[in-house]
Design a protein around this ligand. Structure first.
Ligand code: FES
Length: 204
């Protein structure tokens, strides 16, 4: 009879303790968020509905901004209608001062026999043809419009080109501090006989 050996199996070593696995939920959530975002962007930019909706939204924003601009016009960004241009004695005879052209005025000192000597006036820089801004040509002593060639004398009177009438003059006076003040809220037109108005010039 065969000898039987009583072999007992050694007990299995205890399983190594491992740290508990972290829940994977946040990763899933991030992936889901990314999917959602991609889906949203796809719908908004790659489908007719999305394109139409984006265009509609842009149009509505543009209309809203336009309405706000209409309700609150450029009151603050426009230059003031009144501004000072220094004392009268800084203006030389037969000279056009271009320093205030950005504000829409040339300051001119010129001899006017009808008014009894030198006067100072503020000429508008707007051409009376179609509204371009002429340039002062000192050598030729004239204003020349670059758009259609109208020419104006130092007085502002038109003498060549299509401009139908002289340049306009702004109201001018002396402020409390002795400086010349120009007021663009009032204008004077030669063809209406307004250049003899005492507000349209000062005596130099
Ligand atoms: S706008 Fe000045 S000549 Fe036409």
């Amino acid at each position: 009879m065969a000898e039987t050996t009583n072999v007992t199996e050694a007990p299995a070593p205890p399983a190594a303790k491992t740290a508990p696995a972290k829940p994977a939920a946040p990763a899933k959530a991030t992936a889901k968020g990314g999917k959602d975002r991609r889906g949203f962007l796809y719908v908004m930019f790659c489908t007719w509905f999305g394109i139409a909706w984006t265009a509609f939204t842009a149009t509505m924003i543009g209309m809203t901004l336009g309405t706000i601009r209409f309700l609150y016009p450029n009151v603050l960004s426009e230059p003031p209608s009144k501004f000072k241009v220094g004392p009268p004695d800084q203006y030389e005879p037969e000279k056009v001062v271009e320093r205030f052209k950005p504000q829409g005025a040339w300051i001119v000192r010129h001899k006017d026999d009808d008014l009894g000597g030198d006067i100072i006036y503020a000429l508008s820089t707007t051409c009376t043809h179609l509204g371009c801004t002429p340039n002062w040509w000192d050598k030729e002593q004239k204003f020349k419009c670059p758009c259609h060639g109208s020419g104006f004398k130092i007085t502002g009177v038109n003498f060549e080109g299509p401009a139908p009438r002289p340049l306009e003059r702004w109201a001018i006076g002396i402020a409390d501090d002795g400086q010349i003040i120009v007021d663009k809220s009032k204008k004077f037109q030669k063809e209406l006989g307004q250049w003899s108005d005492p507000e349209s010039f000062i005596k130099a």
